[in-house]
Design a protein around this ligand. Structure first.
Ligand SMILES: [Zn+2]
Ligand SMILES: [Zn+2]
Length: 556
């Protein structure tokens, strides 16, 4: 049965380069998941884009003395380049700056207004008398009223994760000049989030398949009660408010950016030449929609966006929100402002994509925070990717290629050990498929690697390189079995390590794309012509760890 899978991935702000925390948190798991479902033959759409209306983009533009649009298009280009190099296969990676996104946002706004889920309310708005401008939430800093972190922003406290309203901050100040803001009256639209609490609670309680951190966080949040929030603000950068008298205001980015999940699907459908196709992914309740995000974004995806969807009506709610915890760097929390981060473009300039995909998969922050260290990265590359998997591939393929005229050998009758290893390969395919469908990525990778280890043990015992002179058939048997396992690993690992899996696919003598073979054990035919193999991975000098770690915290 073909399943239909919608995959939404967190929208990064277009204000700076991507770093490994974002990749481990959202993009890589989403891509692995999308690739798996495509291989299975399921109908998949994976979309995301850059959030260009967020204040981080306007702040960056002000710092550099250019327009926010210029900053946004610079980073959009860089992100697209990174996705291509890292092999993140979006069906569409767009931005919130398109006319389509503005249309879809305004449609949602008007529908909620019509259904009485929006109302006007006058609020006192922060205004900096020195800068002579209204201050968006992120332009205000102060102490968090909940956890007393001294550097909370006016929209959210990064330390405790609570969304905030700027007036709640203790000792609020303008982030540009440090002056305490004044408050002036201004009329805004509010979203009746509070009206959805009971419906959300009832819905969330049924989501027992969610990760416990996501479920517990959401439930706690709902139990504390929901507060209506302003969805327009005094600023000139963003999607216009489609109501008379609001020409100088814009739709608030927290409300607007999540609509990107829907607008991007519509844009994708149009680009495909099937403009109505988005409905399959949004209106058919057999479609499963997944949202891959970091834990700081949970509330937007399990409460706010579902409430907006409930209010709009006819659109499906998230099926799962497999939010990841955080990836630290060298034992410390990532801080982009202090340059305590590994930037994706820098990594991709110096190293291959698959070793990073491997390390972030086997070390994915699925259930608790994990850490990236250069020493560990190099150790895992050398001891696991190269020594366990790469070496297995290399010794089997090179030896077979040289001794069997570059062809897959013909096996005779297989012994118990050989049959049991083939059985393990089949079981691995089933087991990893099951794990992947449940978004257990780390466990999938471990399961695949243990098949590689087992095959190394099998070959050490069979030692085809020793016995080939006395018993060529026995050598052919064990190499045939090993090649069959490699063919299995080629499939199981292709969502994780797409570049090396494609190479292995070709070395084994298969044509086309590795994904096209489906999630099945396809054994190369005896006599199948192989391609001359080269090592899949490269050993890295451990000295690089020090050099790389030395760049952290330095100016880039
Ligand atoms: Zn806090
Ligand atoms: Zn100011």
């Amino acid at each position: 049965m073909v399943e239909r899978i919608y995959i939404g991935v967190a929208w990064p702000y277009a204000n700076g380069s991507l770093h490994l925390g974002q990749i481990a948190g959202a993009n890589l798991p989403a891509d692995i998941f999308a690739r798996y479902h495509r291989i299975k033959g399921n109908e998949v759409v994976m979309v995301s884009g850059s959030d260009i209306h967020g204040t981080p983009t306007t702040i960056k533009a002000e710092q550099e003395g250019v327009s926010p649009g210029e900053i946004a298009s610079k980073y959009q280009q860089e992100f697209l380049d990174c996705w291509q190099k890292l092999g993140i296969t979006f069906d569409l990676y767009t931005t919130t700056g398109t006319g389509n996104h503005a249309d879809v946002t305004q449609d949602l706004f008007l529908k909620l207004l019509e259904k009485d889920y929006l109302y006007k309310h006058t609020v006192s708005q922060a205004y900096c008398p020195r800068c002579q401008r209204y201050l968006p939430d992120r332009y205000i800093e102060g102490t968090c009223p909940y956890c007393h972190s001294p550097n909370a922003r006016g929209d959210q406290c990064e330390d405790c994760g609570k969304p905030l309203d700027a007036p709640e901050l203790i000792g609020a100040r303008c982030r540009i000049c440090g002056t305490a803001p004044e408050y002036r009256d201004s009329e805004h639209f509010f979203f009746k989030l509070s009206a959805f609490r009971d419906r959300l609670l009832e819905w969330v309680t049924k989501q027992t398949h969610w990760r416990s951190n996501v479920l517990n966080f959401t439930r706690r949040f709902l139990e504390e009660g929901l507060i209506d929030r302003a969805i327009t603000r005094d600023i000139d950068w963003g999607v216009p408010v489609p109501v008379e008298g609001f020409e100088n205001k814009r739709i608030y980015v927290w409300f607007e950016a999540v609509i990107g999940y829907l607008s991007a699907t519509k844009e994708w459908a149009k680009l495909q030449g099937t403009p109505e196709k988005w409905r399959d992914f949004w209106m058919d309740d057999k479609t499963k929609s997944y949202y891959f995000i970091g834990k700081d974004n949970i509330v937007f995806h399990t409460i706010i966006w579902p409430a907006m969807l409930m209010g709009y009506g006819d659109l499906i709610l998230p099926y799962d929100v497999p939010s990841n915890e955080f990836l630290g760097i060298e034992g410390r929390k990532i801080s982009t402002s202090r340059n305590w981060a590994v930037w994706l473009p820098d990594y991709l300039e110096r190293y291959d994509p698959d070793p990073l995909r491997y390390y972030l998969s086997i070390n994915m922050p699925e259930t608790s925070d994990t850490d990236f260290s250069w020493r560990e990265f190099i150790r895992r590359n050398n001891d696991e990717l190269v020594a366990t998997y790469g070496n297995l591939v290399n010794r089997v393929l090179t030896f077979t290629y040289r001794n069997f005229d570059g062809c897959v050998p013909q096996a005779g009758e297989l012994d118990e050990n050989s049959r049991s290893l083939l059985k393990q390969a089949e079981d691995t395919l089933d087991r990893t498929g099951e794990l992947l469908s449940l978004c257990h990525f780390r466990e999938t990778m471990r399961t695949a690697m243990s098949l590689a280890q087992e095959t190394n043990r099998y070959l050490d015992e069979k030692a085809p390189w020793k016995i080939i002179k006395e018993d060529k058939q026995a050598a052919a048997d064990s190499l045939y079995v090993a090649i069959s396992v490699l063919s299995c690993l080629r499939t199981v690992l292709s969502p994780f390590l797409p570049f090396s899996s494609q190479k292995l696919h070709e070395y084994l003598g298969f044509e086309g794309d590795v994904e096209a073979d489906g999630w099945k054990l396809r054994t190369p035919l005896p006599g199948q012509k192989m391609l001359e193999p080269k090592p899949l991975f490269t050993k890295l000098d451990p000295k690089l760890a020090e050099e790389e770690a030395g760049r952290l915290g330095q100016s880039r």
